[in-house]
Design a protein around this ligand. Structure first.
Ligand code: 5AD
Ligand code: SF4
Length: 489
């Protein structure tokens, strides 16, 4: 296990081992040597800044890369005027890409002042050939580019990029490898993301994820449990199980196991009080899972269930494999099993060929389900996906107008939904001292709603019973109740 490795004891005069993770420990030891040389030359440790774009998967990948940087001696900083800057990129929508190009210009200026600076790009955007080509042509100052499949080789890539005298690009098209036991630095000491699977096999026709994250691979349940037990021993009370489609967990394991079965195993880990997961796909959400949620005292009362569209016609073209009626039935079952469950969603507006009638079907689902919150997206054309080649692209002005109408409805309903909890006293897992008002702390309810209330830094990472006094739309103001909390719900 990584904790038991002493990097200083690794013999760097021999060749690197070929098996993993031993090979990466070797390169981490090499990185540590480079960091020490830097310290001698500059009389300070090198600084590193990691910026994450996109989803929770990327956030977790970044924690792994920060873990490696810290364990070899880099000092982490928020400032991009650092000796090592890494952008972990997202490409799910076009505007995420544009943001990266914009910010690279600023990094170039920093590098002119600090020529030893290392600029590194990784993540989903790098899995697109056109992106790498553009970077090779117009962003020569970038030192290292890698993708989503070889993140575990981070230490090795840093060493090779330091030794190279021009841009090092290493993008893999696929991997079936899952390397365990590398260091990871958690952003919060009391909660953590846990990857349970990687990649996606669904090929929704608008989505680039299956092309950049590869085929679905589940981690062995034993490895997942081992990681969660270690986290619990380390003080973690809440885990967020991560996968593009957690409901299909385990199908490709040597000994297949369902997601509901995995959840039951995780529930038994002592010290873990709350279990969250995302993302669920409506086509694979089983009755077995709903039953496990009904019985559980640890699984949070929250289901993120992407709808994408309410129109059967559009859902078909999106390749989603469910229809409106099936989706509404799922919501009914979830509410019957877990009465105060919060249901949230993702919706895309302006998918090719979407008519006003199609859009009204989406609005109808929004009104029927009454989401506690919804992420709404304007359809973004992603080169290489089937939808990008569809002829009837919706006019931007039409899509924008629908988007505004949808957002208004979503916000109106979410505010009303939130009101229903006002006055209740519920356990809050305190996450941080409020960034704007130091006399307040902020945390989350089981249903993922945010609550601010008077408190202090000692409360961070603990459960506190809070009366929700006022609902401010998407968050609550509350007051601590003086009694022991007995459960995380
Ligand atoms: N355009 C707009 N939104 C998209 N999403 C995925 N691909 C696209 C796209 N091409 C949204 C979906 C998904 C969320 C993570 O991002 O709603 O659930
Ligand atoms: Fe994309 Fe669909 Fe896979 Fe989600 S399930 S990552 S939307 S292809």
């Amino acid at each position: 296990m990584y904790n038991e490795i002493d990097l200083d004891k690794i013999d760097l005069s021999s060749n690197p081992p070929s098996e993993e993770p031993a090979r990466q420990y070797y390169f981490m030891a090499k990185c540590r040597e480079m960091v020490r040389n830097f310290k001698q030359r500059h009389d300070r440790f090198p600084t590193a800044c990691v910026q994450t774009f996109g989803c929770q998967m990327n956030a977790r990948d970044s924690e792994k890369m920060v873990g490696i940087l810290e364990s070899v001696g880099y000092r982490m900083t928020e400032s991009e005027e650092a000796d090592f800057v890494l952008y972990n990129t997202c490409t799910v929508r076009e505007n995420a890409n544009n943001k990266v190009y914009g910010r690279l210009g600023t990094l170039h200026n920093y590098k002119k002042k600090n020529p030893h600076m290392m600029i590194v790009l990784c993540g989903c955007m790098m899995q697109e050939e056109s992106v790498v080509q553009k970077l090779r042509e117009s962003y020569r100052f970038v030192d290292l580019i890698f993708g989503t499949h070889n993140i575990y080789k981070f230490a090795e890539l840093i060493v090779r990029a330091q030794e190279a005298d021009s841009m090092l690009v290493e993008i893999w098209q696929e991997t079936d490898k899952i390397v365990e036991d590398l260091p990871v630095e958690r952003k919060y000491f009391f909660k953590s993301g846990v990857n349970i699977m990687f990649g996606c096999n669904n090929f929704c026709s608008y989505c680039i994820v299956p092309y950049v994250r590869g085929r679905e691979r589940s981690r062995e349940p034993g490895e997942i449990i081992r990681e969660i037990e270690k986290l619990a021993a380390d003080g973690v009370v809440e885990v967020m199980l991560l996968g593009q489609n957690v409901n299909s967990y385990g199908k490709n394991l040597k000994e297949p196991m369902s997601f509901a079965e995995l959840l039951q195993k995780i529930e038994q880990v002592e010290g873990i009080e709350r279990i969250r997961f995302m993302t669920s796909h409506p086509k694979d959400l089983s009755d077995e899972l709903i039953e496990v949620m009904r019985r559980s005292s640890k699984i949070c009362k929250h289901m993120h269930l992407p709808l994408q569209s309410g129109s059967d016609r559009i859902l078909k073209i999106m390749n989603r494999h469910y229809d409106k009626a099936h989706y509404l039935r799922l919501v009914e079952k979830l509410r019957a099993a877990v009465p105060d469950i919060s249901i949230t969603t993702d919706i895309i507006v302006g998918f090719p060929g979407e008519t006003e009638e199609d859009f009204l079907e989406t609005l109808d689902v929004v009104q029927k389900v009454r989401y506690d919150s919804a992420f709404t997206f304007l359809y973004s054309k992603r080169t290489g996906t089937p939808a990008a080649a569809m002829e009837e692209q919706v006019l931007e002005s039409v899509a924008k107008e629908r988007f505004d109408r949808l957002l208004k409805e979503v916000q109106k309903i979410a505010a009303k939904q939130a009101e229903t909890y006002t006055g209740q006293t519920l356990p809050v897992l305190v996450e941080q001292v409020n960034t704007q008002d130091g006399s307040l702390v902020s945390g989350r309810l089981s249903n993922n709603s945010i609550v601010h209330f008077p408190g202090n830094a000692d409360m961070v990472g603990t459960f506190v019973d809070v009366t929700l006094e006022e609902c401010k739309g998407f968050y609550y103001m509350g007051r601590k109740v003086d009694r022991e909390t007995t459960s995380a719900h």
